[in-house]
Design a protein around this ligand. Structure first.
Ligand code: COA
Length: 222
C-alpha cells in the first residue's frame, strides 16, 4: 500500500470525523460527552460540522490526511496545532446546540477544560511557542500500516523548523508511535469529574499520558 500525505479540505471533514469516531470507539468518556452520539448519523454530521468550524476559524490548526493511493480512500487524520509566538485566548465555553441538557453541556465543558490544562500551561511557559498534536486517528481497518508515522512527520518537522517543544495527550495505543519521534512520558493523568457528575463505576474517568518532546537545540558552528 502506498500512502500519500496531504492537507484536508472542507469536504474531508465528514470522513475525518468518521475516522475519529471509529478509531476512539467508546473507550473515552471525553469523546462520549464532548461529541454526543458520535457513532450515529446525527452525531457524525455534528462532529463533522464542528471540525469544519474549527478548520475555518482557528489559525493555529492544520488538519492532515493520509490517503491510500490505490483506493483513493482517506485512512488516517491528524490535527496539529502550531503556536508561533502567540498565546491564544482561552475559550472555556463550547459553541453549538449539541447537548440535550445544559448539565450535559457543562460536563462536556469540564472535560475539555480539564483536559487542556497541561497544554495551556505549556503554551504559556513557552511564551506562545508550542507544537501540539491535538488529534491522531487511523481507521481501525488500516492501523499498523504506517499512516500514523506519516502523519507525525509534518508536525515534527514543523517543531524542528521553529525550534519548539512538542506535546501530546496520548492514549495507551499512541505511546510507541510518539516515542519513535522522540517524545517521552512525563505524567500519567487521571481526570475525575467533580462529585456531582462522578460515577462509582469509573465510566466517567478519563485517562491520558502527557508526553513531551524537547525543542531541538540549534547547533552553532564553531
Ligand atoms: C495509535 C495510532 C494513531 C497509531 O497509528 P498507526 O498508523 O497504527 O501507527 P504506525 O503503523 O505508523 O505504527 C507506529 C508505531 O506504533 C505502534 N502501534 C500502532 N498501533 C498500536 C497499538 N494499538 N498499540 C501499541 N502500539 C501500536 C506500531 O507498532 C509502531 O511501532 P514500531 O515502530 O515500534 O513497530 C492508531 O492505532 C489509532 O488511531 N489508534 C486509535 C486512536 C488513538 O488512540 N489515537 C491516539 C490518540 S493520542
Amino acid at each position: 500500500m502506498t500512502l500519500l500525505l496531504g492537507h484536508c479540505n472542507d469536504e474531508d471533514m465528514s470522513r475525518a470525523f468518521e475516522i475519529i469516531s471509529t478509531a476512539f470507539g467508546h473507550e473515552h468518556p471525553y469523546i462520549e460527552f464532548v461529541y454526543p452520539l458520535h457513532d450515529t448519523p446525527t452525531g457524525r454530521a455534528n462532529g463533522a460540522e464542528r471540525l469544519l468550524a474549527t478548520r475555518r476559524a482557528d489559525p493555529h490548526t492544520t488538519f492532515l490526511k493520509a490517503t491510500d493511493t490505490g483506493t483513493g480512500k482517506i485512512i488516517g487524520v491528524a490535527k496539529w496545532n502550531v503556536y508561533n509566538g502567540v498565546i491564544p485566548e482561552e475559550v472555556r465555553k463550547l459553541d453549538g446546540d449539541y447537548w440535550s441538557t445544559e448539565d450535559e453541556r457543562e460536563l462536556a465543558e469540564w472535560y475539555v477544560n480539564d483536559y487542556l490544562q497541561l497544554r495551556r500551561k505549556a503554551i504559556t511557559d513557552g511564551g506562545g511557542n508550542l507544537v501540539s498534536l491535538d488529534l491522531m486517528c487511523i481507521d481501525p481497518d488500516h492501523q499498523r500500516q504506517g499512516a500514523g508515522t506519516l502523519l507525525m512527520q509534518w508536525g515534527i518537522e514543523m517543531a524542528d523548523k521553529l525550534g519548539t517543544k512538542a506535546v501530546v495527550e496520548s492514549t495507551t495505543y499512541g505511546t510507541r508511535l510518539y516515542e519513535n519521534f522522540g517524545f517521552s512520558l512525563e505524567q500519567h493523568v487521571t481526570m475525575e469529574p467533580p462529585a456531582k457528575w462522578a460515577l462509582e463505576d469509573g465510566s466517567r474517568t478519563q485517562k491520558f499520558l502527557w508526553m513531551t518532546r524537547p525543542a531541538k537545540t540549534k547547533t552553532v558552528a564553531a
